[in-house]
Design a protein around this ligand. Structure first.
Ligand SMILES: O=c1ccn([C@@H]2O[C@H](COP(=O)(O)O)[C@@H](O)[C@H]2O)c(=O)[nH]1
Length: 244
């Protein structure tokens, strides 16, 4: 819970911020080549839809065998039974973090959390709040007439109430969520761009250093590393920004 002193409210922060590489490459060969180029200093790798759809669950074992922890970013969003069944299909796989969409509702989140407890003990189910590629206008397009941070907070409360172990949000909501949830909440933030980097399709962004300062548990970075001339140097530069 937030602390306050002499009328000023402030929030304690998590001890450190870890980098997760979004391994958005076409296939296993490209994935392994990229991990070889980056080397052993990277602890966390995010496998998303592009790579998982192409290679299937066996890829998880191949990456884990290299000693890296896996964030499986499937953003599951379906009726509760289907989401729970998909998670049960992952039983025994080396997954440390797994995403579902908070927008699937409380029952879906609860079914996912329960299935993960059985099938993936030790994994944290993260609920995606509002995608970092969205803003006030694109939320309005889908009929959500709220400020982005209000919608993030609404979905965050629902997801944690339903049993999610953490949240995916943009770094721009970190201050609000830390104040609300305290230092122990797992807050994972894509939408990270080193100063001067191309935003691509991201809308709600922040630099690695600022996201760390605002209390991100894990930052997720893809294209600024994958497209860099020297991905290992890009990883090192970000880790240095994080104070690692
Ligand atoms: O709200 C979200 C949720 C997930 N992502 C994922 O993170 C990476 C970001 O990649 P960049 O190349 O650094 O933009 C990507 O895999 C997304 O699927 C997100 O961006 N926003």
């Amino acid at each position: 819970m937030p602390e306050s002193g002499e009328g000023v409210s402030f929030c304690r922060m998590p001890k450190s911020t870890e980098l997760i590489l979004a391994l958005d490459v076409p296939d296993k060969a490209a994935a392994i080549a990229m991990l070889d180029r980056i080397g052993p200093d990277l602890k966390w790798v995010k496998i998303g839809l592009q790579l998982f759809v192409k290679e299937g669950p066996a890829l998880l074992d191949a990456v884990a065998a290299r000693g890296q922890s896996i964030f499986l970013d499937l953003k599951l969003h379906d009726i509760p039974n289907t989401v729970a069944s998909a998670i049960r299909s992952l039983a025994g796989k080396p997954v440390g973090l797994l995403t579902i969409h908070a927008g699937g509702g409380r029952e879906m989140v609860a079914a996912a959390a329960e299935a993960a407890q059985e099938a993936l003990p030790g994994a944290t189910v993260l609920a995606v709040t509002v995608l970092t590629s969205m803003n006030r206008a694109t939320l309005a397009d889908i009929g959500v007439d709220s400020e982005t941070d209000e919608q993030v907070l609404r979905l965050a409360r629902l997801a944690l109430d339903g049993g999610a172990g953490g949240l995916v949000c943009s770094p721009q909501e970190l201050r609000t969520l830390r104040n609300e949830l305290g230092p122990d909440a797992v807050l994972v933030t894509p939408g990270i761009r080193p100063a001067g980097a191309d935003l691509n399709d991201q809308q709600r962004v922040m630099t690695p250093a600022d996201a760390a300062e605002q209390g991100s548990s894990y930052i997720v970075v893809g294209r600024p590393i994958l497209k860099a001339e020297d991905p290992a140097a890009a990883v090192k530069a970000i880790q240095t920004e994080l104070g690692a």
